[in-house]
Design a protein around this ligand. Structure first.
Ligand SMILES: Cc1cc2nc3c(=O)[nH]c(=O)nc-3n(C[C@H](O)[C@H](O)[C@H](O)COP(=O)(O)OP(=O)(O)OC[C@H]3O[C@@H](n4cnc5c(N)ncnc54)[C@H](O)[C@@H]3O)c2cc1C
Length: 427
């Protein structure tokens, strides 16, 4: 893409009026991505292993604490800044960006997001005390947090209480249950688990959802199952089981009932899965432009050496049209994305909420559309494993499967919420 003079590259979100802080964070993410994450991306994909080396780099650069407030020693990035930085990482390694999202949300939801959710005075004080502990772990120890919500039931779609339960015991909670698709399994130090308070009355209620950080070393906590998926293989999203796991009180990431309120108040909290896929779409587009211009040796994936005869494919009108079509779709995705991150906040109007859904759908489905067009346009040699395009194609397919906002569920919400006023029913 065209370069912005003083950044030296055009960020995934495009050429915007960035703050100087955003410029330096984007430069950092871009440089790490280009020089470290991109060259390593194939190895995590091939072996379905977690990108530990990338996390060492993120830790060293201070990026694990990107959304930890500055008064707690973090970089204090706000929601739009995180979304821009995450997209930049996704451009170079999808699995790193997606798992980074799980980690960052554990700090962003407890930080800036919780600040925008109404809480009783005592809850606010309790939350302030407890989150200090989590922020300290991230800032001082470089701890990594996972975000396992999914259970293979209607819970992660927000249509039923979580089946994983927490019973009140002396000094904390006793957790029992199972999670599926837990990205960062085996790599995280803490697992930010959503579960339902078991009040002993056999009436589980989503309003009693608890958000607890379960230490990975807890007795009764286990990881199981294979991880051999189509794409996003480096996320290592295996199953977790909790058998009478004791979790101390201070491991509550949010006060009781606040996650439930947050999900209703701050819908953009679920949009944080999207930047990874906007990054992947941009990578597919960037690759196509370089490949058609003859800047990549299809046999090695490297730039051509002096004296080698380049293959150039840009002179065919069909390819020029395909590139134009890709750019048009990418620009539409980016525009919606940027508007949605600028508008994100508590209690959006219906118009803002609809745009947020539209942005999510466009990015999640559009990423794979662009990757598909990229392969069609670049041709057979471009889908070989030594080139990144086939991995981008597989990774990009996974976004719209992610709950609670799968492509189907977004369509479902948009249609229903447009045609019905809140509480309205047919006779
Ligand atoms: C690469 C990857 C990483 C992931 N990492 C994590 C993670 O770290 N943490 C985590 O919690 N989850 C994670 N997930 C899981 C993800 O969010 C979903 O939970 C999972 O993909 C759902 O799979 P399922 O087969 O159980 O879906 P099902 O619940 O069986 O749903 C299948 C499809 O039916 C539709 N559907 C579901 N419910 C409804 C409904 N009520 N009404 C209408 N349609 C519905 C949806 O479109 C859904 O895609 C990850 C998924 C992927 C692909």
């Amino acid at each position: 893409m065209d370069a912005l003079p003083d950044l030296g590259f055009t960020p995934v979100v495009g050429d915007l009026a960035f703050t100087s802080r955003q410029r330096s964070l984007l430069s950092l993410a871009h440089e790490l991505g280009r020089t470290r994450f991109a060259p390593r991306a194939a190895q995590w994909d091939e072996t379905a292993s977690f990108p530990f080396a990338n996390y060492d780099d993120l830790r060293q650069a201070g990026l694990l604490a990107l959304c930890v407030p500055q008064e707690h020693g973090g970089l204090g990035a706000d929601y739009p800044t995180y979304m821009m930085v995450a997209a930049e990482i996704g451009r170079f390694c999808g699995a790193t960006a997606l798992t980074y999202n799980m980690h960052i949300c554990s700090t962003m939801w407890t930080g800036v997001l919780a600040d925008g959710i109404p809480m009783a005075h005592e809850q606010r004080a309790e939350h302030g005390r407890r989150r200090k502990l989590h922020f300290k772990r991230v800032v001082q120890d470089g701890a990594i947090y996972a975000q396992p919500f999914s259970e293979g039931s209607a819970a992660a779609a927000g249509r039923a209480p979580f089946g994983t339960t927490a019973r009140r015991v002396e000094g904390g909670w006793r957790v029992n249950g199972r999670k599926i698709f837990a990205s960062l399994s085996g790599a995280a130090d803490f697992y930010g688990v959503l579960c339902t308070e078991d009040k002993g009355d056999e009436k589980p209620d989503a309003r009693d959802t608890l958000y607890l950080a379960v230490p990975g070393a807890s007795p009764g906590f286990a990881i199981s199952g294979e991880w051999d998926p189509l794409g996003m293989r480096g996320t290592v999203s295996r199953n977790l089981t909790f058998k009478d796991v004791f979790v101390p009180d201070d491991e509550q990431l949010m006060p009781r009932g606040i996650y439930f309120k947050g999900a209703l108040t701050w819908p953009a909290m679920f949009f944080t899965l999207a930047p990874t896929y906007l990054g992947l779409a941009t990578a597919a587009y960037d690759f196509t432009v370089s490949y058609l211009r003859g800047e990549i040796n299809e046999g090695t994936g490297e730039p051509w050496r002096a004296g080698e005869r380049k293959t150039v494919r840009r002179m065919y009108p069909t390819k020029q049209i395909a590139v134009a079509q890709m750019r048009i779709q990418l620009e539409a995705m980016k525009s919606l994305f940027v508007r949605a991150i600028e508008e994100a906040g508590p209690d959006p109007s219906r118009d803002v909420r609809m745009r947020l859904y539209a942005a999510h759908y466009s990015v999640m489905e559009g990423a794979n559309d662009i990757a598909r067009l990229a392969i069609r346009t670049c041709g057979g040699q471009s889908m070989m494993k030594h080139l990144p395009l086939e991995r981008i194609y597989r990774d990009s397919r996974c976004g719209s499967l992610m709950l609670p906002w799968t492509a189907e569920l977004v369509l479902d919400r948009m249609g229903r919420e447009t045609l019905y006023e809140p509480g309205e029913k047919d006779e």
